[in-house]
Design a protein. Structure first.
Length: 259
C-alpha cells in the first residue's frame, strides 16, 4: 500500500506512466503504481490506440505521466521555457513542432493526445493536486532525475558506449528507487550490476531505459496527485503544448540563488 506524505494512506488515485515510442512501431515502456505500493513496469509494442485503451481501462480517478509530446500546436514554447528554468542543471529537450514531428514520422504522441482529449481526459493540469476523473500530462524523465530524484545533473544513459550507458542506467535506477522509497513506493527493477569487462546488450539496455522512464513518469503522476504541482512546474501552455515537471519550481529557485 502506498504511503503518501504526511503519513496518511491513499489508494484512490491510479497513477500510471508511459514512455511512448514516438513512432508507435517500437516498444514503449509502461508503469503502474499498484495498491501495495509496488511500481510494476513492462515494455510492449503499442501504438497510440493501444496506449489510450490501456489508460482507459484503469478505474478512475487516474493520473498519468507520459513521455511524449501530446500536443504540438503552432507557438509551442514548452522546451524553450524548460531550458530557461532548468538549463543550468543540464536539462534540455528537443524543440518539437507539428512540422518536425510529421517530417520525422514521430506522430504517436499527438495522436495519443487527440485520442485522450476525445475521451474526456484533462491534458493541462493546473497548479495544486491533479484532480478530476482522468488526468494525463506530458512530462520529461531527464528533468525528473534532477527535480524529484535529486541528481545534480541527469545521468548519461541515453547515448555513448554500452558500458557508459549501463553505468548511467544503474545511477538512474538507484536515484529512482530512492525517490520512490521516500514515498513508500517500491520499484520492481534492480539496478544493473556494473562490473569491469561485462556489459548488457544494447537491446537489454534499451528495454531497461524504457521501463525506468515509464516508472519515472508514474512517479511524476504520483507526485502530481498527492503532493501537487506548483505554477513553476508547468512549462508551455495548454494551447501549444504543456510539459509538467514536478519539483521544477523548487529546483529553479535553488539554481537562481546558488553561486
Amino acid at each position: 500500500m502506498a504511503q503518501a506524505q504526511g503519513g496518511s494512506y491513499r489508494e484512490a488515485v491510479r497513477c500510471a506512466g508511459i514512455d511512448l515510442s514516438w513512432t508507435g512501431r517500437r516498444p514503449s515502456g509502461f508503469a503502474l503504481v499498484e495498491s501495495d505500493g509496488r511500481v510494476a513496469t513492462w515494455t510492449a509494442v503499442a501504438g497510440p490506440g493501444d496506449a489510450a485503451a490501456w489508460l482507459g481501462s484503469l478505474e478512475p480517478p487516474v493520473v498519468a505521466g507520459i513521455d511524449a509530446p501530446l500536443s504540438a500546436e503552432p507557438g509551442r514554447t514548452a522546451e524553450a521555457e524548460l531550458a530557461r528554468g532548468l538549463g543550468r542543471s543540464g536539462v534540455m529537450a528537443y524543440q518539437v513542432g507539428g512540422d518536425f514531428l510529421e517530417r520525422k514520422g514521430f506522430t504517436a504522441g499527438p495522436a495519443l493526445g487527440g485520442l485522450l482529449r476525445a475521451a474526456g481526459w484533462e491534458l493541462a493540469p493546473s497548479p495544486g493536486r491533479a484532480a478530476g476523473p482522468r488526468v494525463a500530462f506530458e512530462t520529461f524523465p531527464r528533468a525528473l532525475t534532477v527535480t524529484v530524484m535529486g541528481a545534480a545533473r541527469p545521468p548519461a544513459y541515453k547515448r555513448g558506449t554500452l558500458a557508459g550507458r549501463q553505468a548511467g542506467l544503474a545511477e538512474y535506477a538507484n536515484l529512482l528507487r530512492s525517490a520512490l522509497g521516500r514515498r513508500g513506493l517500491e520499484l520492481d527493477i534492480e539496478p544493473p550490476a556494473v562490473t569491469a569487462g561485462s556489459c548488457a546488450t544494447g537491446r537489454a539496455l534499451k528495454e531497461l531505459e524504457d521501463r525506468l522512464d515509464a516508472a519515472a513518469c508514474a512517479l511524476a503522476a504520483w507526485v502530481a496527485a498527492y503532493e501537487g504541482l506548483q505554477p513553476g512546474d508547468l512549462f508551455g501552455s495548454a494551447a501549444g503544448g504543456l510539459i509538467a515537471v514536478p519539483g521544477a519550481a523548487a529546483t529553479s529557485a535553488r539554481e537562481r540563488t546558488s553561486p
